[in-house]
Ligand binder design. Structure first.
Ligand code: COA
Ligand code: AMP
Ligand code: ZN
Length: 436
């Protein structure tokens, strides 16, 4: 494909009725494929569900939700719907304390994903003349390889810089004339500061025009700040590993919500308590069904992300509906430095240390321009007051926590009864991050 072929008006501006017909055909195929996976075979078998049960999109409601717990319970291969020889890559969530979530891809799955990313990048004006730098972690983080292959498809000159080392990022930006960057919003702010530390004004002294920001919740004010700091346009990108990765939904140049690519996903918004659909335009938990995945299709997957469908058409002419900014989660997952963390992961590690008393508090805060995670943990009464021993213990706890959550926490070991006891359910997480 030439880069201009990544604008696909026949799919992007397709009429709603044609889109729904396409979705129905693809959803039937998805159900038929899913039935090859032991998990779905058993689940749908018991309920007598098959592709024939899906006569209209409305029939999708007959199918039970799929949850993260299902993925964990059937780890590692229980949701794989194809012969193992057809699988060419997996992406896995972090954590060693329980079963991680793993997603398997065939060649075709990776191709569909890359096309979706290329389409999204094209939508915001990127072309094969761009120099595209990706600051996401490669390896298991889908923001690395996922964005990489999409940008390559588009024909951009890619700079797979990966996460970290801001001085090196800056050198690449300056030397290669980087025009576009993929970064999580909090890192974009850190990068601007690193530029200033080098005496370079990122708003005037670079060739940057476009930022793709996503992977963590952020506000409109944060986006505008990033745009001002770099004198660029920043576009919101949503994705999640279970849905392949970035490029599930993406803002167009109107910057008024994220078009969810409905030829690849069926979107539903439900009340996370009643599990019933919420009226159009209201906030609720997003539920997604994959429409073009063959290695590991997911049907009615509860994302736990809270958003809403923005009513009305977009002036850009695309008919795929728009998601509002994400408002949080219906579970206790939080994201620091682009990494997903569950408090339970931290608790499990802390509980491995008999030297600790059991009470702890996680605080996420912005220090300078970095988001940091602080973990205060109370020492047991009987433990030593030898500073050297406590230091060594701190180091060991920090290392174990870093292995588990993939970011380095700042651990503070404190005396028993130092952390205020909350009334009722213990408050374990305080988020003090600057929201701009
Ligand atoms: N992306 C890119 N770089 C990041 C980053 C992010 N999300 N978060 C922090 N960094 C940078 C820091 O600025 C620092 O570089 P600098 O001091 O030269 O400016 C460097 O990474 C190390 O950060 P630090 O906070 O000391 O390390 P950590 O051990 O707590 O975290 C990371 C390690 C940053 C490598 C890890 O959190 C990571 O891989 N994050 C990226 C996750 C990602 O790609 N998510 C996207 C999924 S779509
Ligand atoms: P991962 O599976 O590691 O890619 O993380 C996916 C999660 O990151 C999603 O379920 C969201 O909670 C969060 N996320 C991704 N993109 C965005 C975005 N643009 N805005 C807010 N949250 C996001
Ligand atoms: Zn639009």
């Amino acid at each position: 494909m030439s880069s201009s072929e990544y604008y696909q008006p026949e799919l992007e501006t397709i009429s709603r009725s044609e889109l729904q017909q396409l979705q129905l055909e693809r959803a039937r195929k998805t159900i038929a494929t899913a039935l090859n996976a032991p998990f779905y075979k058993e689940k749908y078998g018991k309920l007598g569900l098959s592709a024939d049960s899906l006569r209209s999109l409305d029939d999708l409601k007959k199918f039970p939700f799929t949850t993260k717990q299902d993925l964990r319970d059937h780890y590692p291969y229980g949701l794989v719907a194809t012969d193992r020889r057809n699988l060419v890559r997996l992406h896995s969530s972090s954590g060693t304390t329980g079963n991680p979530t793993v997603i398997f891809h065939t060649k075709n799955d990776l191709d569909c994903w890359a096309n979706r990313v290329a389409r999204s990048l094209y939508m915001v004006g990127l072309r094969d003349t761009d120099v595209f730098q990706n600051t996401s972690g490669y390896g298991m983080f889908t923001g690395g390889l996922g964005i990489q292959y999409g940008a390559e498809k588009l024909g951009a000159l890619t700079v797979p810089a990966a996460a970290g080392n801001s001085l090196r990022q800056i050198k690449f930006i300056m030397d290669f004339g980087t025009t576009a960057i993929h970064a999580i919003p909090s890192y974009a702010v850190r990068l601007a500061e690193a530029f200033r530390e080098q005496g370079i004004d990122p708003a005037h002294d670079t060739k940057l025009t476009t930022f793709i920001i996503g992977a963590e919740p952020h506000t409109e004010e944060q986006r505008r700040r990033i745009e001002e700091l770099f004198n660029i346009k920043a576009y919101n990108c949503f994705g999640m590993s279970e849905m392949s990765g970035p490029g599930v939904a993406f803002e167009c140049k109107e910057q008024n919500g994220l078009h969810i690519w409905e030829d690849s996903y069926i979107v539903e918004i439900i009340d996370p308590k009643t599990l019933e659909p919420v009226p159009d335009g209201e906030f609720g938990e997003m539920v997604l069904t994959t429409l073009d995945r063959e290695g590991m299709p997911l049907v009615r997957y509860r994302t736990r992300d809270i958003t809403r469908i923005i009513p009305g058409p977009c002036p850009c002419g695309r008919t795929h509906r728009r998601l509002d900014r994400f408002r949080g989660r219906s579970d206790d997952m939080f994201i620091v430095k682009g990494v997903n963390i569950y408090p339970m992961q931290i608790e499990k590690i802390l509980m491995e240390f008999p030297q600790l008393g059991g009470n702890y508090l996680i605080t996420v805060d912005t220090v300078g321009s970095n988001d940091e995670i602080f973990i205060d943990a109370e020492l047991d009464d009987l433990f030593t007051d030898d500073y050297t021993v406590i230091q060594a213990l701190n180091k060991e706890i920090t290392r174990k926590l870093k292995d588990e959550i993939l970011v380095t926490p700042r651990v503070r070991l404190v005396d028993k009864r130092t952390i205020p006891q909350s009334e009722g359910k213990a408050v374990r997480l305080v988020d003090k991050r600057k929201k701009f």
